[in-house]
Design a protein around this ligand. Sequence first.
Ligand SMILES: NC(=O)c1ccc[n+]([C@@H]2O[C@H](COP(=O)([O-])OP(=O)(O)OC[C@H]3O[C@@H](n4cnc5c(N)ncnc54)[C@H](OP(=O)(O)O)[C@@H]3O)[C@@H](O)[C@H]2O)c1
Length: 248
Amino acid sequence: MRKNILITGASSGLGEGMAREFAAKGCNLALCARRMEPMETLKAELEAAYPNIKVFIRELDVCNYPQVFDVFKAFKEDMGSLDRVIVNAGMGKGASLGKGYFEANRRTAETNFVGALAQCEAAMEIFRAQNSGHLVTMSSMSAVRGMPRAINIYAATKAGLRTLTEGIRADLLGTPIKASCILPGFILTAINKDLKKAPLRVDLETGCRALVKAIEREPAEAKVPAWPWVPVGLAMKFLPLRIVAKMT
Ligand SMILES: NC(=O)c1ccc[n+]([C@@H]2O[C@H](COP(=O)([O-])OP(=O)(O)OC[C@H]3O[C@@H](n4cnc5c(N)ncnc54)[C@H](OP(=O)(O)O)[C@@H]3O)[C@@H](O)[C@H]2O)c1
């Protein structure tokens, strides 16, 4: 069992939900995000409910790259080893290109891709030194095709992260270190609560239970929840762009 788990973006949504699921399984947690207050509440709640686990929390902005390396190293010191790192922090601001929203698009690109790259680098440094570990990246079903409007840059970053993870896996062939890329469908969180269309969305608890189950299988890649997203993903790949563009 992977006992010591680091999760970024743990102050809300999927990060918080996965922390609850892993705590219930007896895992120690290293949780980070920019907002400390929700993580302080979560730590108190989880340590009270599961006295046999330890929960460490630290402030982290994943766009502060030196801080990513420092925080991951500090968590490793706290816990002795890191068994799994979940690169989960992300955001979804953006708009169609050429309409004056470069700053929102750039911010999403930097957080979701360069920030994720920094997290993968920092995790891999630790895993290579340990010669063990499981890297998990949170991509998205939107990685399967180009998406219009607000999702355009978001989908592009998630496609980039998916390819990055496959490349890391290619580098790791024949080693004990594992890497998995997770493509969630819509799970209700702050990131999508205001979207006009969020087809087939599931509630947070259902979504996080399915995410943790998929992560524990340590697959190369998983679409979550598998039903209906495996067949939907296949359809998305081959449908004409004008139909895909109407999905969100
Ligand atoms: N919910 C879905 O349907 C869905 C589907 C596919 C993929 N995903 C992916 O799942 C991940 C989690 O999203 P969510 O749905 O749980 O959204 P959320 O509730 O908005 O959570 C996003 C988390 O990322 C953190 N974060 C954002 N920018 C950060 C930064 N610069 N540095 C550090 N932490 C940062 C936030 O914490 P602070 O604001 O406190 O820093 C928060 O904890 C994202 O990567 C998202 O793209 C979600």
